[in-house]
Design a protein around this ligand. Structure first.
Ligand code: UD1
Ligand code: CA
Length: 459
């Protein structure tokens, strides 16, 4: 049995933020979300210690973990102590900070496997740094055994020269952790209960404490500032893109492609530069996405073309063709083989399969059937200033260019709306609706008009 204890009670003042530190996001997920996701396959139970803006943190994480409250931040040892009653009597406990989003499942598994195979009481995840300033130093005896961790403030000059540091991640035997926590005091420079004191206590009891060194410290580094947040996000982004490429997604210039961690992309899809794919978006196989596109919480089936466009919380079926410069707003569905072309805005509407809205249109609150055609400049007048109304354009209807359809209205199956019409009555099936003034041609009228205008100008 293994349990995780995640420390997330601190404020994180250097973020200069009203948002709790662990709720800042990288690649669409909070720092603590990343930590919990990496731990999930490794542990049976996660206990999150919250304090600063506790309810916000709890609301963000949800109720799939156990919470312990630390009302006053009196040190890392004090923090873990708040979880005491939820820590099982047996097994191993991974102790992790909520602000280390680059730690992976592999690292946690490695730490746990090392802890077990070496038969340790406790293992500290350590790293060698050129500049160890600010970190707790790993103190070893002459035989190389880890005997204690000294915080920067409490260390003497010799100890400060030690380059091996405590990353703040540990694996500890549950029973020994529970026994030892009670023995930690706040007798130090900061008057804090240091979790790190458990190393010295266990070592004095002749229990085995070891260090598990990580080659790339960056992966274990806690994030304190927004600069570090952006650096960590860059690492994460590269990881996401490389994973997708190895799964069969082509990325033209991956450095300019931003994909959130929970996004799914099918194989043989090509993603062009400057494309942002966010949230719970899922993209099928053999699609071409981008360049310069943004997809948020949307689902695209196979063989969709989506260029220079934006889509939010919507669905696109197979072989649909979107863009360039389309804006598809929430609750829309673009059905199989439909086309939404340039400078078209779709809002809360369905465009039936094989239907075309090729250019310069606004379609809001409308159900468009199959094989319909909305000519350039078709505008659905869906809002009367008070209420939004729903319209229907049925199968095979043809709406001529520059028509205004005043909602609620129904354009019947196979009906035809003459270009330039303003339609406010329903159009029956197969009818031709003409809603525009009749044309008048005045012979030689242009000549007469010009001479009138010129004589006015010369006055
Ligand atoms: C701690 C370690 C230090 C290590 C460093 C790595 C101790 C005494 N020292 O130092 O050896 O090199 O991490 O970054 O543990 N927290 C709480 N409640 C508290 C105090 C802290 O929840 O009362 C949380 C913080 O939110 C943070 C984590 O614990 O996520 C670490 O706390 P922090 O104050 O950053 O520890 P350091 O003093 O930097
Ligand atoms: Ca710290």
């Amino acid at each position: 049995m293994s349990t995780a204890v995640i420390l997330a009670a601190g404020e994180g003042t250097r973020m200069k933020s009203d948002v709790p530190k662990v709720l800042h996001k990288l690649c669409g997920k909070t720092m603590i979300g990343h930590v919990l996701d990496a731990l999930k396959p490794v542990v049976e139970k996660s206990i999150v210690i919250i304090g600063h803006r506790a309810e916000e943190v709890r609301a963000s994480i949800g109720e799939n973990v156990i919470y312990a409250y630390q009302y006053q931040q009196r040190g890392t040892g004090h923090a873990v102590n708040q979880a005491l009653s939820s820590i099982p009597e047996q097994g191993d406990v991974l102790i992790v900070c909520g602000d280390t989003p680059l730690l992976t499942q592999d690292i946690f598994e490695g730490l746990l496997a090392f802890h077990r195979s070496e038969g340790c009481a406790a293992v500290v995840l350590t790293a060698n740094l050129d500049n160890p300033f600010g970190y707790g130093r790993i103190i070893r005896d002459k035989t190389g055994k880890v005997t204690k961790i000294k915080e920067e403030k409490d260390a003497n000059e010799e100890e400060r020269k030690i380059r091996e540091i405590n990353t703040g991640t540990y694996c500890v035997n549950a029973q020994l952790l529970k026994e030892t926590l009670a023995l930690i005091s706040d007798d130090n420079e900061n008057r804090e209960y240091y979790l790190t004191d458990l190393v010295e206590i266990l070592s004095n009891q002749q229990k085995k404490v070891s260090a598990f060194k990580i080659d790339d410290f960056f992966l274990a580094q806690g994030i304190n500032t927004r600069v570090q947040l952006s650096e960590a996000e860059a690492v994460l982004r590269k990881r996401i893109n490389e994973k997708l490429m190895l799964e069969g997604v082509t990325m033209v210039d991956p450095a300019s492609i931003y994909i959130d961690v929970d996004v799914k992309v099918g194989k043989d899809t090509v993603i062009m530069p400057q494309t942002i794919v966010q949230g719970r978006t899922q993209i099928g196989e053999r699609c071409v996405i981008g360049p310069q596109s943004r997809l948020v919480d949307s689902t695209l089936a196979d063989k969709v073309t989506f260029q220079n466009s934006i889509i939010l919380e919507s669905i696109v079926e197979e072989e649909a063709n979107i863009g360039p410069f389309a804006y598809i707003r929430p609750e829309s569905r673009i059905c199989r083989g439909a086309k939404v072309g340039d400078f078209v805005e779709i809002k809360k509407s369905q465009i039936g399969s094989g239907s075309k809205v090729p250019h310069l249109s606004y379609v809001g609150d409308t159900t468009v059937g199959e094989r319909a055609n909305l000519g350039a400049g078709t505008i659905i007048v869906n809002y009367d200033g008070v209420t939004k109304h729903h319209s229907y354009i049925e199968d095979g209807a043809f709406v001529g260019c520059n028509s205004n359809l005043i909602a609620p209205v129904v354009i019947g199956e196979g009906a035809y709306v003459a270009a330039g019409s303003t339609i406010k009555e329903n159009v029956p099936q197969n009818a031709l609706a003409i809603g525009r003034a009749a044309q008048v041609n005045k012979l030689k009228g242009a000549e007469r008009l010009r001479s009138i205008l010129k004589s006015k100008k010369n006055k």
